[in-house]
Design a protein around this ligand. Structure first.
Ligand code: ADP
Ligand code: ADP
Ligand code: ADP
Length: 214
């Protein structure tokens, strides 16, 4: 299956993507995680991306699309993938369509995670992620690690993302509404969108998603 996950920052995309990818046996491809891995390795790409991310803006399309394409062309993504955080604007969605067409492939679904804005703000304020791998995600009250500040998955140090500060979150929500939400209409025109509520226990949402993807 080839699936795109959309939803505002803090909707639970990463949390659900890890679980869905495992159940559906497809790789989880998160452009945010790829950028953060580049930042921690201090690559040129990471240095460039960081300035945009810290300001709550999108990283330029040329860079983002190239990075996503490289990842989608890895052998493990041949049979399908779950995209988390890409595409994030209409021109990225058009680029993805072109890439898929070249390979005679199609998306199966665009899963839209719906959450009220006040909940998103609470989720982001308490989010803590792992230094080793930013797909290891916790929340200080909703999903606390067994030992404070320590990742349950790998023992790494947990920290708060620089762009999860209150000011940057406001900017990211603005960017979501103005640039990312339009892709929902773009994909509705292709009949691909399934919308589910991302409120409630994590496992219930996973089941809801799997039901909606059938
Ligand atoms: P969240 O899960 O909170 O929505 P992500 O980890 O997906 O955040 O993204 C963090 C930041 O990385 C974004 O605010 C943006 O700066 C950058 N980013 C991630 N994916 C993309 C993309 N597809 N296009 C441009 N920038 C991106
Ligand atoms: P996104 O990738 O959309 O930005 P995350 O998966 O990182 O979102 O989740 C944001 C925060 O909300 C994390 O701290 C995560 O632990 C928490 N979270 C995720 N799903 C739920 C849920 N169903 N209920 C409560 N908190 C959640
Ligand atoms: P290094 O400093 O280790 O050479 P880079 O920052 O050049 O690392 O690149 C790290 C990864 O990011 C590479 O595998 C490359 O595919 C990808 N990458 C780097 N720059 C770009 C770019 N401008 N557009 C797309 N992908 C890029």
């Amino acid at each position: 299956m080839r699936i795109v996950l959309v939803g505002p920052p803090g909707a639970g995309k990463g949390t659900q993507a890890v679980r869905l990818a495992e159940k559906l046996r497809i790789p989880h491809i998160s452009t945010g995680d790829l950028f953060r891995a580049n930042i921690s390795r201090q690559t040129e790409l990471g240095k460039l991306a960081k300035s945009y991310m810290d300001a709550g803006n999108l990283v330029p399309d040329e860079v983002t699309i190239g990075m996503a394409k490289d990842r989608m062309e890895q052998p493990d993504a041949e049979g399908g993938f779950l995209l988390d955080g890409f595409p994030r604007n209409v021109s990225q969605a058009e680029a993805l369509d072109r890439l898929l067409q070249e390979e005679s492939m199609q998306l199966d679904a665009v899963l839209d995670l719906e959450v009220p804005e006040d909940e998103v703000v609470k989720r982001i304020a308490g989010r803590r992620i792992c230094r080793n791998d930013s797909s290891h995600v916790f929340h200080v009250t909703y999903s606390p690690p067994k030992q404070e500040g320590v990742c349950d998955v790998c023992g790494g140090e947990l920290y708060q993302r620089d762009d999860d500060s209150e000011d940057t979150v406001r900017k990211r929500l603005e960017v979501y509404h103005s640039q990312t939400e339009p892709i929902i209409d773009y994909y509705k025109a292709q009949g691909l969108v399934v919308t589910i509520s991302s409120l409630g226990p994590v496992e219930e949402i996973t089941q809801r998603a799997l039901g909606a993807l059938k």
